[in-house]
Design a protein around this ligand. Structure first.
Ligand code: SF4
Length: 93
């Protein structure tokens, strides 16, 4: 993650409602090892559960869709967000 994202005025304010759950959790679960299907599946589901109750879910997801982030953001995988972007692009053409 490039540090200059913190200078972007559109970067979500992840302090507005207290610290997000992911800030106090092992960050590895938000970046599952694609080479290990078992741990990747477990980590993805654990991350999704944390995101489900997060007050930053909407802005987090919007940022990740717009900036093609990797890992779990807003309860979605990078693959799901790519699919969403393709869908949006197809609707706009
Ligand atoms: S929605 Fe975003 S900020 Fe909230 S726990 Fe998930 S990854 Fe972290």
């Amino acid at each position: 993650m490039a540090l200059d994202i913190f200078l972007d005025p559109n970067y979500p304010n992840f302090k507005e409602h207290g610290d997000p759950v992911c800030s106090t959790t092992d960050p590895e679960i938000f970046f599952p090892d694609k080479g290990n299907k078992d741990t990747s599946h477990y980590a993805t589901n654990a991350a999704r559960r944390m995101c489900a109750g997060c007050p930053y879910k909407a802005p987090c997801l919007a940022w990740a869709v717009e900036h093609a982030e990797i890992g779990i953001w807003g309860g979605t995988t990078a693959k799901e967000r790519r699919s969403h972007r393709r869908h949006l692009k197809s609707k706009s053409t």
